[in-house]
Design a protein around this ligand. Structure first.
Ligand code: PMP
Length: 424
């Protein structure tokens, strides 16, 4: 899709998006925090939203607001049309074979829980194994612990090395004849490690093992082609890709989704209901009980348009350039130690400063208008692996710029000086 952003021509004659103009699309970025301009480095927790997304949701509430699938009246039909158009767009965005393979959920956590409960109940039995990696967000760990407790299956964890990577050899060794499910994050939210998703799925599929990819940290940063990846399930949240909170996607191959019983019963997911029993609607509706997050799905659709209007080649180039710049700056700050040095990484940098609690550093940075995340990043076992309770995490997005990274560098240096002087 061609860019609708006024393009700048680079020195090599390539046209590039005008990143300053794109940044202006994000109203929340243009404010002061504690008297300083906001520098937002917490994209991995949730992204800021462009006007296009905010306006699409406002337009729905102002003009089309009605429940979907249930009305003959004009507004309901309009709402249904935009809701279902968003499903078709999401299927195309991901390269799904059919739009009925797209289930709208409230987010990655809900998507993974749906699979762990429904697929888990149908397919796991005592002695079976579920494999996850040591890099997982709690959202791709706890639901599998619960599924294993319910079914008697065993949860196995592929270890993480000191660089914050999971080796393909270790995965291969742990995918045994007893493994039924291999569920892994494509990109780690805590360290930024990029896993070789396609290779891992291929290995698992050859052995007849079902795969689930947690793509929460992928969707705003890399294009996804499900036909190439070949996974059975893939999950993500709209709010990490410039879309709204409370909306997400569960993708599943149709033949696999068809084996799932609904976890929630109620309106919209049925075919016939009597007082005694009910039958289910076809996919995708039988896994979407109740009124869905209609405005959220409309926001997701606008977020897809927004990302595609910039183009993946430009996004990849921009984010890789910002990451290199930030890594170089932060690496040169005395007392800073990176947690995780994966060879393949996305725009996430986790670090600690010797002798300084991440919360103290985070608080001092906030005083200078700099927003980064501190803590365990919903990956407590991974933090334990590194012998720490948490890190400071800088996460970058296409709307960040060099000036902000320069400010981050100076702010960390001055915060560390201040802490050192107080400690003396
Ligand atoms: N997995 C990963 C890798 C994540 O980064 C997150 C969010 N931090 C989640 C799962 C959970 O996403 P949500 O809270 O939107 O359900």
């Amino acid at each position: 899709m061609s860019s609708n952003w006024s393009a700048k021509t680079g020195s090599e004659g390539l046209t590039r998006p005008d990143w300053d103009a794109i940044r202006l699309e994000f109203p929340a970025l243009h404010q002061s925090v504690n008297g300083c301009p906001l520098a937002y480095f917490d994209h991995a927790a949730t992204s800021q939203k462009p006007r296009r997304v905010i306006n699409a949701m406002t337009h729905y509430y102002q003009s089309d607001n009605a429940n979907v699938h249930r009305g003959v009246h004009n507004l309901s039909q309009r709402a249904t049309t935009v809701y279902e158009a968003a499903r078709t767009k999401t299927a195309r965005f991901l390269g799904a074979a059919d739009s009925s393979e797209i289930i709208f959920t409230s987010g990655t956590t809900a998507s993974i829980n749906l699979v762990a409960q429904s697929w888990g109940n149908a397919h796991l039995k005592p002695g079976d194994e579920v494999l996850v990696t040591g890099l997982e967000h709690h959202a791709n760990l706890v639901p599998w612990q619960m599924a294993c407790t319910r079914t008697g299956a065993r949860l196995k964890i592929v270890p993480v090395n000191e660089r914050g990577e999971v080796s393909t050899e270790a995965v291969s060794e742990m995918l045994t004849s007893g493994t039924r499910m291999f569920a892994f994050c494509w990109i780690s939210n805590a360290l930024g490690t990029i896993n070789p998703a396609q290779e891992w799925v291929e290995m698992a599929r050859k052995r007849g093992i079902t795969t689930l990819i947690d793509a929460a940290q992928v969707v705003a940063h890399k294009p996804i082609n499900l036909q190439e990846i070949g996974c059975d399930f893939l999950c993500f949240s709209a709010h990490k890709m410039m879309g709204p909170t409370g909306t997400g996607v569960l993708y599943g191959i149709k033949s696999v989704l068809e084996t799932l019983d609904p976890v929630f019963g109620g309106g919209d997911m049925i075919d016939e209901v009597s007082y005694e029993r009910s039958t289910w609607a076809d996919l995708p509706y039988r896994l979407e009980a109740g009124t869905p997050n209609i405005s959220g799905v409309i926001g997701l659709s606008a977020a897809i348009d927004f990302l595609e209007s910039i183009g993946w080649a430009s996004i990849l180039e921009r984010e890789s350039e910002l990451l290199s710049y930030a890594l170089e700056k932060l690496r040169n700050i005395p007392r800073i130690r990176f947690i995780g040095e994966p060879k393949l990484r996305s725009g996430v940098i986790s670090f600690i400063a010797d002798g300084v609690h991440p919360y103290d550093l985070g608080t001092l940075l906030d005083e200078q208008g700099i927003a980064l995340r501190t803590g365990h990043h919903c990956a407590q076992p991974l933090m334990r692996h590194f012998g720490i309770s948490g890190t400071c995490r800088v996460s970058l997005a296409l709307y960040n710029n060099h000036e902000e990274i320069d400010r981050l560098d100076l702010a960390i240096r001055s915060a560390l000086r201040l802490i050192t002087n107080v400690d003396k």
